[in-house]
Design a protein around this ligand. Structure first.
Ligand SMILES: [Fe+2]
Length: 297
């Protein structure tokens, strides 16, 4: 990776700031609760594709406005594979919260604590996610993102050839903290999410770049290989892709809106806050193209 060249300006339309040398951009001075033109949307989409992650701070819009803004990027997922975490009034919103409900722990308090790409265990993994923060703990609650296109590029040609055409099995039930969740909820999630074989290398439909397609706990097997062989390749790739060189760690502020591209990034939601700390965020998810196949039995 050549980091020596002076990077060109990212946008002629917006004031922007790079978040890391490899990916991520902040757009400054744009209020999404005001009028956002189609040309603004086209430029945000271009930055989202080019940079993988777009940050807009201080967006004080309502849940309805969050949903309306997200719809301008495509059809929204109604969270039917994640029913227990769906917002009761707005099916387009997934709730990621540590705040107890009726004296019981929040159902989503342990979600996303491993490297993953959202919904990789479905046959329609999303284009991207738009994550809005309502309550943030005094410290922690960060998300780390890793750029899987940069990680792919850094592999040797020999290794790239070895993994071309392989499929990894993504199985949501393999998530380790599933054991900590309510058994009835786990049974429901199991019914909704059978294992899916996904290409290990995908081509980003808008940038044309090749990317790894991973998920630390969900992808444990490679089709046609023994468990040990598959695990050796996947363990290496997960470690390689999570190299700090390819990552950006985001420290949220209240009212942050973060758009990430699930076709080129994976991420990890850290539980790096004190017990009892409150965090409440909601996510919309833009539907992507078909990918992978359901495995029977
Ligand atoms: Fe996630």
């Amino acid at each position: 990776m050549d980091l020596s060249a002076t990077p060109p300006a990212l946008s002629k339309r917006f004031r922007t700031r790079r978040l890391s040398a490899v990916f991520g951009v902040e757009i400054e001075g744009l209020d999404l609760a005001g009028r956002v033109s189609d040309d603004d949307i086209a430029e945000i989409r271009r930055l989202w594709n080019e940079c993988g992650l777009v940050l807009l701070r201080d967006q004080r819009f309502s849940m309805e406005e969050h949903i309306a803004f997200s719809r301008r990027f495509g059809t929204l997922d109604l969270n039917q594979t994640l029913l227990p975490f769906r917002h009761v009034k707005h099916p387009e919103l997934l709730v990621l919260s540590t705040i107890p409900v009726d004296g019981k722990p929040s159902k989503s308090e342990n979600v996303g604590r491993h490297w993953h790409t959202d919904l990789s265990y479905t046959t329609r993994p999303p284009l991207g996610s738009l994550f809005h923060c309502h309550v943030i703990p005094e410290v922690g609650g960060d998300t780390v993102f890793a750029n899987m296109a940069a990680a792919y590029d850094a592999l040797s040609e020999a290794f790239k050839q070895r993994i071309e055409g392989l499929e990894a099995v993504h199985d949501y039930m393999q998530v380790e903290n599933m054991k900590k969740r309510d058994p009835a909820m786990v049974a429901e999630l199991k019914k909704l999410n059978p294992p899916v074989a996904q290409p290990l290398v995908r081509v980003h439909p808008e940038t044309g770049r090749k990317t790894l397609y991973l998920g630390e706990q969900v992808a444990r097997r490679i089709v046609g290989m023994s468990e040990k062989e598959g695990a050796a390749i996947l363990d290496f790739l997960h470690e390689h892709a999570a190299d700090p060189l390819f990552t950006y760690r985001h420290r949220y502020r209240v009212h942050d809106l973060v758009l990430w591209d699930n076709r080129q990034l994976m991420h990890l939601a850290l539980a790096d806050f004190p017990p009892g700390a409150h965090r409440y965020c909601v996510r919309t998810t833009v539907v992507g193209s078909l990918s992978g196949r359901v495995l029977e039995g």
